[in-house]
Design a protein around this ligand. Structure first.
Ligand code: BG6
Length: 489
């Protein structure tokens, strides 16, 4: 299998899902700090203020905040070439709009970066991974207010300046297209738009009950595009060698039947959910189909005609395209078709595929298909898979071992598919598996949905001593990296 030399093998996590220490070192509250856990059938709960006597998974997460040295040592033992993690904006600017950055927050990340470098691991940093300082949500209604564009750029620039000689690879926004795919997830995690009536609630409410204002949400997304482009431009000025990428959640879609109406519907879903955001960030302009989609949603598209914004988008295109890939699903006009059990992502079941316990359909060939699609859509743009993985219940044996052969199988098939895509000619530069160490699920807030090569003894009822242990997949991935993807046995 011909993976390029210097291929960036590694793993990925996000601050609010693994750090914990939610108020340590002067950090302010982030949106995920306001969420309780759920499960595959129960949406997470949003608390407008912190309640006592309930368990918030992100507050302690897996305690990376205090165990980072031990964890980076484990990544190094696996032979990681790259570690993707995010910076929590609220550690750097606790309220989001503070005049001066918080030195303790910067120092925390600097130590992590230095340790990675010492271990020969290239850091890949996401500036905004599904969390906004909660104060920005309350004060500005998140990205709906254009002031937040400049606040983001100030935060990004602070990180770029501080780490300019230590970090080369950056991503602006994690899964920026989630705002189109799932209004609830988008509002909460991405654009940070929560309506006053929800912020003023006197009792917690289900994630899914939060009000959506589509006009504000779509304008918030536009403002994120502008913020991302401005940050790319500012970053290149600070260090012309920076490589700054975007990040898309690519849920690959097939027509359920050869009915031309299913074909059209699939193309529509692909354009809107998978392509629109990537086109803006890679090509520097909205694609031809965007206005009609938005108008059909009842959106006033005047914001798309702002000439200054158009110029910024053109000037701030990304250096590489990154995406998460977990699954594919099917699209059909037949409303009676069997749906997958994930209300956030939707789609119909594919009779040829098996699914995880969370209903995510396993489709390695879909990864090869997607990589080929992206390489032709964005010629000459390096591509990286920055999330891919298998959320599963793991069983710890009496002797402490964890035989996660299902996870090894998942990775083996997906890495094989990536290798085939490389042979097809796709300019793939790296692969970071999701949740390389067990962490809190973003969708359900569970610990029980485990992705890691490293098991963390922490559970949904808040018990567990956070101790780490190596799963079978740990030793397997180590071999894969050592052989540059040649040995998948
Ligand atoms: C991606 C996110 O959507 O998928 C991660 O970028 C997330 O933050 C991952 O954790 C897996 O989803 P989940 O819901 O299983 O945690």
């Amino acid at each position: 299998m011909a993976f390029p030399k210097n291929f960036l093998w590694g793993g990925a996590v996000a601050a609010n899902q693994y750090e914990g220490g939610y108020l340590d070192g002067g950090k302010g509250l982030s949106v995920p700090d306001m969420l309780l856990g759920g499960d595959v059938n129960t949406p997470r709960t949003f608390c407008p203020k912190i309640e006592t006597g309930v368990f918030y998974p992100s507050h302690t997460a897996i305690d990376f905040y205090h165990r980072w040295k031990e964890d980076i040592a484990l990544f190094a033992e696996m032979g990681f070439k790259c570690f993707r993690f995010s910076i929590s904006w609220a550690r750097i600017f606790p309220n989001g709009d503070d005049a001066q950055p918080n030195e303790a927050g910067l120092k925390f990340y600097e130590d992590i970066i230095d340790e990675c470098r010492r271990c020969g691991i290239e850091p890949l940093i996401t500036l905004n991974h599904y969390e906004l300082p909660f104060e920005l949500v309350k004060k500005y209604r998140g990205y709906f207010d254009r002031k937040v564009i400049d606040l983001f750029v100030k935060y990004a620039t602070t990180c770029f300046e501080r780490f300019k000689d230590k970090v080369k690879y950056w991503l602006t926004f994690n899964e920026i297209n989630m705002t189109l795919m799932s209004p609830t997830v988008g509002n909460l995690y991405s654009v940070g738009i929560i309506q006053d009536e929800d912020l003023n609630r006197t009792a917690p409410c289900k994630f899914s009950e939060l009000k959506d204002n589509p006009q504000q949400r779509i304008e918030g997304l536009h403002n994120q595009f502008v913020a991302s482009a401005k940050a790319v431009k500012a970053g290149h000025k600070i260090n012309p060698n920076f490589k700054i990428g975007n990040m898309i959640c690519h849920v690959t879609r097939y027509p359920l039947t050869p009915n031309p109406k299913d074909m059209l519907e699939t193309q529509r879903a692909d354009h809107l959910f998978n392509d629109l955001c990537g086109d803006v960030q890679v090509r520097g302009a909205y694609p031809f189909f965007a206005k009609k989609f938005y108008r059909d949603m009842g959106i006033d598209t005047a914001f798309m005609d702002n000439e200054d914004d158009k110029k910024i988008l053109r000037e701030g295109t990304v250096d590489f395209y990154t995406f998460s890939y977990y699954m594919s699903n099917c699209v059909t006009v037949d409303e009676t078709a069997d749906k997958i059990n994930d209300s956030m992502l939707g789609g119909a079941k594919n009779p040829y595929l098996k699914a995880s316990d969370w209903g995510w359909q396993i489709d390695p060939d879909g990864l090869r298909w997607t990589l080929n699609k992206l390489a032709s859509r964005y010629p000459d743009t390096p591509i990286m898979v920055v999330e891919n993985g298998f959320g599963a219940f793991d069983k710890v044996e009496a002797d402490g071992s964890i035989h996660d052969d299902y996870r090894i199988r998942y990775f083996r098939e997906h890495i094989k598919a990536m290798g085939e895509a490389v042979e097809d000619g796709v300019p793939l530069i790296g692969y970071t598996t999701w949740g390389c160490i067990d962490c809190v699920s973003a969708g359900t807030g569970q610990y029980a949905k485990r992705y890691g090569f490293i098991y963390v003894n922490r559970h949904d009822d808040g018990t567990g001593d956070f101790s780490r242990s190596r799963k079978d997949s740990f030793f397997w991935y180590k071999k894969v990296i050592a052989s540059n993807g040649a040995d998948l046995s």
